[in-house]
Design a protein around this ligand. Structure first.
Ligand SMILES: C[S@@+](CC[C@H](N)C(=O)[O-])C[C@H]1O[C@@H](n2cnc3c(N)ncnc32)[C@H](O)[C@@H]1O
Length: 272
């Protein structure tokens, strides 16, 4: 209970940052999200922290072969860090899908009018962390795009806020939406013998001390279950097999031994 109140209070305090920031900051960068959203997403008021987030995600795609003509789907597009990182490069088209109403509204009103190939779609999916009043379940959600529509699909820090059965639905959709040579980049907190030992020893940067009833994941905070979710790696591997996907490359993070935000990053492709 008190955690939910604390979370609401924090958001209310963050809101004060935006008018203050407008008065204090001289630059009028039209593609800089308001200060309270930057604080909420990146824990920093510094425009450079947001610029860094834009560059980082862009670099992850570029090193995996992104070409200007590619079509990109960004699931959990947040406040547009990947889109803004790509506006001067990508020509094939970008679609962002996001459940946090304020984040997606900002992107729709600030990015799309200036860069028409960058579109944002609101999914009214329920999440205790990002969209508590959402009306639909992620397990019922179907992405509004035709089969094989994307060369790159990105989920940066999104499966880390979803339950196992929701991850399953999204992976089924990803298998449908990926072009034959397409790649999906998805980050996770993957639980295996090594990482679970770190978590149980209290070394993880988020506690993950709450065992979920499914036995397939652990939560950081029972009061806000989607605040952070670590998922069993064996379950993800089984899901990938079941949905016709496979791992082409895995970069292991060290979140489980205390490095903040250092998630496991999988490059996933069609298994054909
Ligand atoms: C930690 S933020 C990451 C945002 C952005 N991808 C980035 O790298 O900065 C997680 C994002 O995932 C979104 N999200 C959470 N659950 C989702 C779902 N079921 N479908 C789509 N987006 C979701 C949240 O609204 C939030 O914007």
């Amino acid at each position: 209970m008190w955690r939910r109140v604390a979370s609401r209070t924090r958001r209310a305090v963050y809101r004060l940052a935006t008018p203050l920031d407008r008065v204090l900051r001289r630059s009028k960068d039209l593609l800089l999200p308001p200060a309270h959203l930057r604080l909420y997403y990146y824990n920093s008021l510094a425009p450079e922290a947001f610029a860094q987030a834009c560059r980082n995600t862009r670099a992850e795609l570029m090193t995996r072969g992104l070409q200007p003509q590619h079509r990109v789907l960004d699931i959990g597009s947040g406040i547009g860090n990947l889109a803004i990182g790509l506006v001067d490069y990508l020509q094939g088209g970008y679609d962002g899908v996001e459940i946090h109403p304020e984040a997606v509204a900002w992107c729709q009103h600030h990015i799309t009018p200036r860069h028409r190939a960058f579109r944002f779609h609101r999914a009214d999916v329920e999440s205790s962390a990002y969209n508590p009043s959402g009306r639909g379940s992620a397990t019922m959600y179907r992405f509004p795009f035709p089969d094989r529509a994307f060369d790159f699909i990105v989920l940066a820090s999104v499966f880390t806020h979803m339950f196992p059965e929701q991850v399953e639905t999204y992976l089924q959709e990803i298998a449908r939406l990926l072009a034959p040579e397409g790649k999906c980049l998805a980050s996770f907190f993957l639980l295996n013998d090594e990482t679970r030992a770190g978590v149980e020893a209290g070394q993880s940067f988020l506690s993950f001390q709450v065992n979920h009833a499914s036995g397939l994941c652990r939560l950081h905070d029972a009061a806000v279950p989607e605040a952070a979710v670590a998922i069993e790696e064996r379950f993800v591997l089984e899901l990938l097999g079941r949905t016709g996907l496979r791992i082409a490359e895995a970069r292991r993070g060290s979140w489980w031994r205390g490095t903040a935000h250092d998630q496991d990053l999988l490059t996933i492709v069609l298994n054909s």
